[in-house]
Design a protein around this ligand. Structure first.
Ligand code: PGA
Length: 331
């Protein structure tokens, strides 16, 4: 049957009056949400580790139960109909409550069991494993999962309540979150040891405007801070290459591709071995903070609360970068 005709026939079929209450399963809602998020049956199937026909069937059964079409095809994309958009709103609320319910049930198991999912910004990964190691020694029964990802994904994870705690540089403004500073994050200007400015003192910031800078990607917190630092002083940065990893930025600076601004946490080894140097520039180090962030109103499980207390009281002592006071300087 022609696709348009098939859709019409299906619409007519769905419109037949139904008197029964809707029989919707949680599984169908999970599948529905994955299709809506991915705009594709195939990608949803991959995400859920199901076959594509299984995903289509779940959506079809959900449409039958509701009596309305939930998706339509726009070219190659699958988009939600008005009914689909409404359902998406409720489905997300239900799925959020479900994960909260799981967390509460988990919490009743106490600190000897349970699991903890932590997501961190890429720069945090320079010290997060050390924190997890100490925490794990103290609470060996708690299963730990660490996701290292970019800022945009961290914000999505907070929004969808799919993570217990996030460690990041700039708490998001568009999601309602609690954020607590736990450690200094000094940003420094790095250069190769043979750079003409390597031994200079009190370099005026205007002098840096003449240099090329290796940049992190647009979503990076380090980059945001660097751009703000320069623009607040009425200066613009001369962009060189762009890299999505601190490691790549450091290699590029070592190879003479330009200067850069990075967190002191990322260059411990390079400073020790003098593969890189920090420049003595007016206004640097730029003192920022690391934050522990979670959704406002979230009920933290005992495992998550224990990790929060641990980070706030001990992280700075365990992983502060050299030369930093460690403890956050509260504004
Ligand atoms: P990032 O670090 O640059 O790796 O995103 C987070 C931050 O400093 O805000």
């Amino acid at each position: 049957m022609h696709a348009g005709v098939a859709a019409q026939a299906r619409r007519a079929d769905l419109r037949k009056p139904r008197r029964h209450t809707m029989h919707i399963s949680l599984r169908q809602l999970r599948v529905f949400e994955a299709v809506a998020n991915n705009h594709s049956y195939t990608r949803a199937a991959e995400e859920l580790h199901l076959s594509q026909p299984a995903v289509s069937m779940q959506v079809r059964q959900l449409e039958d139960a509701i009596g309305l079409l939930l998706f339509e095809r726009l070219g190659k994309q699958i988009v939600a109909t008005a009914a689909g958009r409404e359902l998406y709103y409720y489905s997300r609320a239900i799925n959020r409550s479900l994960s909260e319910m799981e967390e509460v049930m988990e919490s009743l198991k106490g600190l000897n069991r349970g699991s903890l999912q932590i997501a961190v910004a890429s720069t945090v990964n320079y010290f997060a494993p050390r924190l997890l190691a100490v925490f794990h020694q103290r609470y060996p029964g708690i299963g730990l999962r660490l996701d290292v990802t970019n800022r945009e994904t961290l914000v999505q994870m907070l929004d969808s309540n799919s993570v217990d705690l996030v460690l990041m540089g700039v708490p998001p403004k568009n999601v309602d979150v609690e954020s607590e500073a736990f450690m200094d994050n000094p940003l420094v200007v790095i250069a190769p040891p043979d750079h003409p400015l390597a031994n200079a003192h009190q370099i005026p910031i205007e002098r840096l405007a003449e240099e090329i800078f290796v940049m992190r990607e647009a979503g990076s917190g380090t980059r945001q801070a660097m751009e703000r630092f320069f623009s607040e002083r009425g200066l613009s940065i001369r962009h060189g290459m762009q890299m999505t990893r601190n490691e790549a930025v450091k290699q590029a600076v070592r190879s003479g591709l330009g200067l850069s601004v990075v967190s002191l946490h990322t260059i411990e080894l390079e400073l020790e071995t003098r593969r890189l140097v920090t420049l003595d520039v007016e206004g640097f180090p730029d003192r920022r903070q690391w934050y522990l962030v979670y959704r406002r109103g979230k009920r933290l499980s005992p495992a998550a609360s224990a990790f929060r207390d641990f980070v706030l009281s001990e992280a700075a002592g365990i992983t502060a970068p050299p030369g930093s006071s460690g403890k956050p300087t509260r504004a």
